[in-house]
Design a binder for this molecule. Sequence first.
Ligand code: FAD
Length: 310
Amino acid sequence: MDSARMGKNTLLYFAQNRMANRLAKQYGLKLGAKRFVAGTSIDAALQASRELNAHGMTVTLDHLGESVANAGEAHKATQSCLEVLNAIGQVGIKARLSIKLTQLGLGLDRELCLTNVLTIVENADRLNNFVRIDMEDFRYNAATLEIYRRVHRDFPNSVGIVLQASLFKTKEDALDLAQAQANVRLVKGAYRESSGVAWQSKSDIDASYVDLLRIYLRTGNFTAIATHDDAVIETIKDFIHANKIPLGRLEFQMLYGIRSELAKQLVRENYPVRIYVPFGNDWFAYFMRRLAERPSNMAFLFRRDTSIVR
Ligand SMILES: Cc1cc2nc3c(=O)[nH]c(=O)nc-3n(C[C@H](O)[C@H](O)[C@H](O)COP(=O)(O)OP(=O)(O)OC[C@H]3O[C@@H](n4cnc5c(N)ncnc54)[C@H](O)[C@@H]3O)c2cc1C
């Protein structure tokens, strides 16, 4: 294994290490994580959202956290999601919510998790909002899709899902979800997966990603194109024009703190753009995945941050 890949695997290992997560919480938003996380409080996240809205971008809020240890923690995370939905309605920002199912108990008890997700999506539906279920590592893929399908049956307009281009199974999943008119966010995939289930090289993952974007955009269902990759974005813009895909059925999505100039450029070109804004104390795993995506980000470990909105 080459050293870059070893470094990436080490960061992804730490992302799932409980002790490292606990230590990070004690030290606040240090280690340069501020570049990728809007703050620890909901007020900080709402402020970042207002600023992004002012730049013509909508937002997805993510109250950070994953892999809870017991039902009480899953319940607490559910309540936090409800608070975020209520706050969005009260302050009147253009924002939605993303959730991770292991934060809502998927690793403990599937029924408990389903109940929590139904509670959140039911509230979002009542508030005319929308909840996207993020996709975590492969262990949870099938269960996440199953819960999504179940919730989508009751609330077809208020819940969406994420598919990862790195996985071999995703093409089949995409075709299947297209039949159900699912609103899908397509990503390359942020987790370390085995060669038995996922492409390993960047070129294979990139090719799969473009292939899936073309397939899904053509189905006529809503497609969120979640990437910072210039080459992919240019290819897909050409595809959108050549195939006259209505702009109301797609949006570009990017992560807070990454390629913000590119996001602004897309807004100037009149594309819908949504920024994923994570906040909260449980920032460590999220931050490790961002470092793993780009080794040069390690420089942020040693830098003091000043501004948070880019
Ligand atoms: C809105 C959104 C939601 C996501 N949700 C999920 C999810 O639910 N499940 C999941 O597995 N993954 C998710 N991801 C992460 C995704 O899978 C990729 O890991 C991530 O987007 C990096 O891939 P890329 O498409 O930007 O392409 P890359 O080829 O990795 O990057 C292209 C360029 O973007 C810039 N860039 C990319 N990442 C970084 C970074 N960390 N720091 C600095 N610059 C960077 C660099 O300039 C790089 O050259 C999400 C991504 C986005 C944008």
